[in-house]
Design a protein around this ligand. Structure first.
Ligand SMILES: Cc1cc2nc3c(=O)[nH]c(=O)nc-3n(C[C@H](O)[C@H](O)[C@H](O)COP(=O)(O)O)c2cc1C
Length: 385
């Protein structure tokens, strides 16, 4: 079984409107496809022997994880499986890998902290007025989140045409088509829709009150977009958050520099999984240039299209210190709840270990351009021989 198999199972279980929200990208989905294509185009150099004692464990911000892939932030996880965020957090904890909770999660950050005792990060959207982010930052600190990811590539929503066609925007609105879609997917309908635990944006309830309807919470998330957000605001957030701060959504080396100037400890090279600016380049295609100009000491993560253990190896060979997973664990969750997430994480760890043995590399931090066939010459412009 592989991640694509989990995707197929997810597709069979979910109504189309939900699967398309998970799977889709912006506009013509060229960036969504490019993320995968660029990873596929990278070749690894097989090396004989020398990879007999592989240890995938990796340290990020002083914390040792079992593998260099972490759960990235994704909103609305409860739409695939009741308590989706909790299942993912618990699976990550058991696998010994990192977990990030989204601002737009369906389980509150406090509940996750109470129920899952493991290191975890919080992702903040730059929504609303400064008191909105300040309140979330203070709560994240009290609840023991150890790092903050500030996502800056979504000041307006991407034009996700699959969602627009379904009339989907942060919530499922009933229509004849959606009802029929639900009836055709009875396992999902019974567990998520009729099971009594419809997904709510629990982190945001405190802003609107517990009595807020799902529609009011969804309206709230849409109304809080703040296109005027600036690097000065990043500096403000830097002062409010004492732990490690990462800026997510960086594709351009100049923005990586600005993020560091604003006080970020690290960056996530990301195009939001092709869900924001369609036409943005594949993340691995810009990684090397960003890695080259980032000073030592800055943490460099990447996401976008990671579906194989070998994808993690390729990203790290180009300079990433680790990767975030977006859709991969979500396909597992949608296919089979907690068991599906466990499966997704086990698949990636197994594939990564095999890949490391086959390229003769025992530690992720030893990965480098020498492990990529042809890339050294092609990307650095060095002539052959
Ligand atoms: C369904 C879905 C919801 C997402 N929600 C968020 C979010 O709430 N915050 C955020 O920073 N990124 C969000 N992202 C982007 C992911 O964190 C990540 O950048 C992207 O999914 C990586 O690409 P991949 O899915 O191809 O691995 C979301 C992505 C998906 C697929």
């Amino acid at each position: 079984m592989n991640i694509d198999d989990l995707r197929r199972l997810a597709r069979a279980r979910l109504p189309r409107v939900v699967f398309d929200y998970l799977d889709g990208g912006a506009e013509d989905e060229t960036t969504l496809r490019a993320n995968r294509q660029a990873l596929d185009d990278l070749r690894l150099t097989p090396r004989l022997l020398g990879g007999g004692h592989v240890d995938l464990s990796t340290e990020i911000f002083g914390q040792r994880y079992a593998a260099p892939f972490l759960i990235g932030p994704t909103g609305l996880n409860g739409i695939y499986w009741p308590d989706g965020d909790l299942h993912i957090a618990a699976a990550a904890a058991e696998a010994g890998i990192g977990f990030t909770l989204s601002t737009a999660s369906n389980t509150s950050m406090e509940t996750i902290a109470e129920r899952v005792a493991a290191p975890r990060w919080f992702q903040l959207y730059p929504w609303g007025k400064p008191d909105f982010s300040q309140a979330l930052i203070e709560r994240a600190e009290v609840a023991g989140y150890s790092a903050l990811i500030l996502t800056l590539d979504s000041l307006v929503g991407g034009k996700r045409e699959r969602d627009l066609r379904h009339g989907f925007s942060h919530e499922i609105r009933m229509s004849a088509q959606v009802v029929l879609d639900g009836l055709l997917h009875p396992r999902w309908l019974a567990s998520v829709w009729l099971g009594g635990k419809r997904p709510r944006f629990e982190n945001l309830e405190r802003f609107l009150g517990k009595g807020a309807s799902n529609a009011e919470l969804a309206d709230f998330t849409r109304s809080q977009r703040n296109p005027q957000f600036s690097w000065d605001d990043v500096r403000r957030i830097r002062k409010q958050w004492s732990g490690p701060l990462l800026i997510k959504g960086i594709i351009c080396p100049e923005d990586a520099r600005l993020a560091r100037q604003a006080g970020a400890d690290g960056i996530v090279v990301s195009n939001h999984g092709g869900r924001q600016l369609d036409g943005a380049p594949a993340t691995v295609s810009v990684l090397e240039r960003i890695a080259d100009q980032l000073e030592d000491g800055a943490t460099l993560l990447l996401d976008g299209g990671i579906r194989r253990g070998s994808d993690v190896v390729k990203a790290m060979a180009l300079g990433a210190h680790g990767v975030l997973l977006g859709r991969a664990p979500l396909y597992g969750l949608a296919a089979g709840g907690r068991e599906g997430v466990d499966r997704a994480l086990a698949i990636l760890a197994d594939e990564m270990e095999r890949t490391m043995i086959l390229i003769g590399c025992e530690r992720p931090r030893e990965l480098g351009r020498q492990h990529l066939a042809g890339v050294e010459r092609a990307l650095s412009g060095k002539a052959l021989g």
